[in-house]
Design a protein around this ligand. Structure first.
Ligand SMILES: [Zn+2]
Length: 409
């Protein structure tokens, strides 16, 4: 209990230091000094020392399943700091740092064992203004660790990104424009694939904006993006945003890396409880894992009743999603967009779980493949891909409306 009080107090101290810095007109952005920062074995647990160029508001908590430590800041520039430079103990298996949403930074450490928080404090050097953050994690059994884990309800901290962050949708008209939610994969602390100097999160945001442009120019579409910045949005929040704007269709854009060197070309995924093949299962798992790695608490997301209702809705939605996947691939082939062998696949992607919205996940290509990389980085090639996506949506929409007419009769 005393450790929790200690953390609360530390947060207050840090808040006032950050406010003072802002009041004096300094930037709210603190820089990490990697030379004077380290994560080491400390007694039976883990010790962490971070040196920042100034005090900023911060908080720390642990999450279970798998055990992780999450440090939130407002706001830290991580550039020049790599996990390899900081971690000097096998008790921390992985470390990620990055933006969690605009103005907020996060560090997530994967713990090799249940190490609960024991001490946390931030002190600001009155001479230099430099801030030193020290944390000590002890050792506990899994049950004690689990009971202490969870996202704290800290006053003054913005809640996790939620659907409420987007403006409410204009009222619907049955014959009105098709409402498309484009979902650029990954973002912020979760970069997605990184190959040959290209990053999936950046490329997919560029592509999403190009697709939005093209749909708006075509007319008859209302377009929303799950993220329009280099910000982390959890898979659950992406689905929630689609619901919030009452989207007619959800299109998730990706360009992952696969260890199989033969994987190249586009493919389209729809949701299923069972994966069509091992590679699809691995891809879905990797995307869900990206959420876990980014410090999202998934411990209480699914319940049985919701699951049954989702299944009912999916019986209506799933054939429509599969029709969209099929139509998109037809257009890709007609337009000479390279496609993967057996390009229509299915797996349990969390981001496709909007039960009442037809949803597809498009792997536009694989960043692990040199040709796909070249294509995706080429604005002219992307323009062809965008045109194919627009054509696919157009043709699916016409068929879908015709089908809906038949169902109504
Ligand atoms: Zn991806």
């Amino acid at each position: 209990m005393s450790s929790i009080l200690g953390i609360g107090l530390a947060v207050l101290v840090a808040l006032s230091a950050g406010d003072a810095a802002r009041a004096e007109g300094f930037s709210g952005l603190a820089r990490l000094d990697p030379v004077r920062s380290e994560i080491v074995a400390d007694g039976p647990g883990v010790g962490l020392r971070l040196t920042l160029s100034q005090g900023v508001p911060w908080r720390v908590f642990t999450l279970d399943g798998p055990p992780r430590m999450v440090l939130d800041f407002r706001e830290v520039d991580w550039s020049g700091a790599g996990a390899a430079d900081l971690v000097a103990t096998g008790r921390v298996r992985g470390l990620r740092m990055g933006q969690i949403r605009p103005g907020w930074s996060r560090m997530v450490a994967d713990l090799a064992a249940p190490y609960p928080l024991e001490e946390a404090g931030l002190t600001v050097d009155p001479e230099t203004g430099t801030a030193a953050l020290r944390l000590r994690l002890g050792r506990a059994d899994a049950a004690r660790f689990a009971s202490a884990a969870g996202v704290p309800d800290s006053p003054g901290w913005a809640p996790a990104p939620r659907a409420g962050d987007t403006p409410p949708p204009p009222p619907r008209d049955a014959d009105g424009p098709l409402r498309v939610m484009i979902d650029p994969g990954h973002g912020g602390i979760d970069p997605g694939a990184e190959e040959g100097g290209l990053t999936e999160k950046t490329l997919m945001l560029v592509l999403a904006r190009e697709l939005r442009e093209a749909l708006l120019r075509k007319g008859g579409y209302e377009v929303f993006l799950t993220r329009d910045a280099d910000a982390f949005v959890s898979l659950e929040a992406r689905v929630a945003r689609a619901h919030e704007v009452v989207a007619d269709v959800f299109v998730s854009l990706h360009a992952d890396a696969l260890s199989d060197a033969r994987a190249r070309g586009a493919s389209v995924y729809t949701l299923s409880d069972t994966a069509s093949d091992a590679a699809s299962a691995a891809l879905a798992e990797r995307h869900d894992r990206a959420d876990l790695l980014s410090g999202v608490d998934l411990s209480d997301s699914d319940d049985v009743v919701a699951g049954v209702l989702m299944d009912l809705a999916r019986q209506e939605t799933q054939p429509r999603a599969m029709a969209l996947a099929g139509t998109l691939l037809e257009v890709f082939r007609a337009e000479d967009i390279p496609v993967l062998g057996r390009p229509m696949r299915h797996a349990g992607f969390s981001v496709l779980k909007a039960a009442d919205i037809p949803s597809v996940l498009i792997e536009t290509g694989f960043l692990s493949d040199a040709r796909d990389r070249r294509n995706l980085n080429d604005p002219e090639w992307r323009a062809g891909l965008v045109a194919a996506l627009v054509a696919g949506l157009e043709s699916w929409r016409a068929a879908d409306q015709a089908r809906a007419g038949l169902v109504r009769q």
